[in-house]
Design a protein around this ligand. Structure first.
Ligand code: ADP
Ligand code: MG
Length: 594
């Protein structure tokens, strides 16, 4: 019979791997240790709800991160459920044994797992990516539990003994290695906390024990019980000598004597435990959406509009997607979609989850159901992940088509900003293209917007099934004038994305032809020439051909000369539609992000 058993991990082999490969970003230990603290507090709150524990009046759940650049240490303190010695043995000493999973297993039916972040059972050990030595001091919430002190340098061997912690919870202290000292700098710490912990569900406070304490002076009525009074400042009453009605001098009080207090500067949490995406869309105000956008994306230009995603079934997904105002100077289409798992930041722009074209937007997505403990390639092939991605795409298309139908005015107003995004989406995502098909609009010479169907209908007489388009308003101003004079119309297609988008439109609408306004001249602009007139012009035409051949260094160049009807225009060069598209294609290859 075959022998069966469990595999054991040899820590000496796995450690170098964890340190090097588990996480590519060294700052991530902040996320792991703070989220462990959050988990510990969430678990304790659950025990309270379940009636297994009673919270003392004066306890406020929080996590404190203390940096000390003199000692070169960082300390993470939480007042969560703490650990007994057996638990430390089980959860910490057995690497990759996830206590979170054990907890869930135990309380499967009573607690809902939504809020528990850890899945990997390795997060704690990320501390060793930056620290030579790590200590844990913990006291379990259980009555009569003994405090535990644990320490390890390098992480392959540990010492564990009874400790001296007196309040329940856990304190983890990292003694940073020389390469990682940046992390005990207050500003760096704040930056990393902002990146990973901005929306974690427990208040996080950052303290700098190597800095001088900071003070505030406040009025008496502003004083709260939590303030630490350093000094009471007594301001004497202010008086003034005045003359009364009888011409006698009198002393009047202009402000009474009062007390002020010099207090230790009040700590403010680094995070927002109630991110806007968790609020019901009906309860969010425009100001809140804008404020959230400013805060998260540090973008002081207002977003055009946004979509609040809020779904419980068949999967859990919340988020807000903003359409940013484009910066046309740079023609940049760089958005960012921040992905969260239960309010813990995971990464920006995970392309396996978020459709590529949506990354031109700015937004946050929180999806607790995401299987993030699997590799990226597995994510890509995950049917569930695909569903999430399709859902997001559908929501975006719904919002846009809804706006087209019920708020056409704004849709047109935003079109110049949002069209590159929509076009890119159509090129990248068939389903999106399908949904947006009737809501693509084009701006004509008069600045009015038309759908393709309206556009064709409008110009049926003059140029059936042909859409003329402008690629560069300045360069083509002559042509534009000519078009106007001839009563013809053209649409603006002036952005990089328009060139591939035109190809796409032609493929979708087989009978429609797009022609650049400066391509092969439409017959309506040419003056009809007799054979003789053509003959007479031949000398000039040949001379011109020579000039162009020389200038372009191309012997095989063919130059066709036509006479223009319009006298206001002295001369113009046209480029055939095919060569222009070739040129555009060459340009595309050198364009980033295409
Ligand atoms: P994970 O969080 O994925 O379970 P970690 O390596 O981050 O893995 O943590 C391992 C286990 O150690 C946790 O599941 C938890 O049981 C325990 N643990 C870690 N940090 C704390 C803490 N601050 N308070 C209580 N228990 C903790
Ligand atoms: Mg963890």
């Amino acid at each position: 019979m075959a022998k069966t058993g469990s595999l054991t991990i040899n820590s000496e082999n796995i450690f170098p791997i964890i340190k090097k490969w588990l996480y590519s970003d060294h700052d991530i230990f902040y996320r792991e240790l703070v989220s462990n603290g959050c988990d510990a507090i969430t678990k304790l709150k659950k025990l309270e709800v379940m009636g297994e524990w009673q919270k003392p009046e004066d306890v406020e759940f929080k996590i404190t991160v203390t940096v000390d650049s003199n000692d070169k240490t960082i300390t993470f303190t939480d007042n969560g459920l703490g650990m007994t010695m057996e638990e430390v043995d089980e959860y910490i000493n057995q690497i990759a044994f996830s206590g979170a999973q054990d907890f869930l297993e135990k309380y499967k039916d009573k607690a809902n797992e939504d809020q528990i972040i850890g899945h990997f059972g390795l997060g704690f050990y990320s501390a060793f990516m930056v620290a030579d030595k790590v200590t844990i001091d913990t006291l379990s919430y259980r009555e009569g539990a003994a405090p535990v002190h644990w320490e390890s340098d390098g992480g392959t061997e540990y010492e564990m003994e009874e400790g001296d912690k007196t309040s329940f919870g856990t304190t983890i202290k990292l003694y940073l290695n020389e390469e990682s000292l940046e992390f005990c700098n207050e500003y760096r710490a704040r930056e990393v906390l902002e990146k990973y912990c901005s929306f974690m569900p427990v208040e996080i406070y950052l303290e700098n024990s190597s800095a001088e304490p900071q003070y505030d002076t406040i009025e008496k009525d502003e004083l709260t019980e939590k303030d630490t009074i350093i000094e009471t400042i007594v301001e004497e009453a202010k008086t003034e000598e005045k003359e009364n009605e009888n011409g006698e001098k009198e002393v009047v009080e202009i402000s009474p004597a009062r007390e002020k207090y010099k207090i230790l500067k009040r700590p403010v949490p680094e995070n927002d435990i109630h991110p806007l995406w968790n609020k019901h869309p009906n309860e969010c105000t425009e100001e809140e959406y804008k404020g959230f956008y400013r805060k998260v994306f540090h973008d002081y230009k207002e977003p055009l509009f946004w979509i609040h995603l809020n779904m419980d079934y068949p999967f859990n997904l919340k988020g807000i997607l903003y359409f940013p105002k484009l910066n046309l100077n740079y023609d940049s289409l760089e958005g960012v979609i921040k992905l969260y798992n239960n309010q813990v930041f995971i990464a920006d722009n995970i392309k396996e989850v978020i459709p590529e074209f949506l990354m031109l937007l700015k937004g946050v997505i929180d999806c607790p159901d995401l299987p993030l403990n699997v590799s990226r390639s597995a994510l890509q092939n995950d049917g569930f992940v695909k569903k999430i991605s399709d859902y997001i795409t559908k929501k975006v298309a719904d919002k846009l088509s809804g706006m087209f139908k019920t708020d056409r005015e704004n849709y047109e107003k935003y079109w110049d900003d949002i069209n590159p995004f929509i076009k890119f989406g159509c090129l990248k995502d068939e389903k999106f293209a399908e949904k947006m098909n009737d809501y693509i609009i084009f701006k004509n010479l008069e600045g009015k917007y038309f759908t393709l169907a309206d556009c064709l209908e409008e110009n049926k007489e003059k140029h059936e099934n042909t859409v003329f388009y402008i690629t560069d308003e300045k360069e083509q101003s002559q042509y534009i004038n000519m078009f106007k004079q001839e009563g013809m119309d053209a649409v603006y297609m002036t952005q990089n994305i328009d060139s591939p988008f035109i190809n796409f439109l032609e493929q979708k609408n087989e009978n429609v032809k797009f022609l650049a306004i400066n391509s092969d001249l439409s017959d309506s602009f040419k003056e009809e020439m007799t054979e003789e007139a053509r003959e007479a012009m031949k000398g000039d035409a040949d001379a011109l051909t020579e000039v162009f051949k020389k200038a372009l260094g191309n012997d095989k160049l063919e130059v066709k000369v036509e006479k223009l009807k319009n006298e206001a225009v002295s001369s113009m060069i046209t480029v055939s539609e095919d060569s222009r598209r070739m040129q555009e294609m060459m340009k595309m290859y050198t364009m980033p992000g295409m």
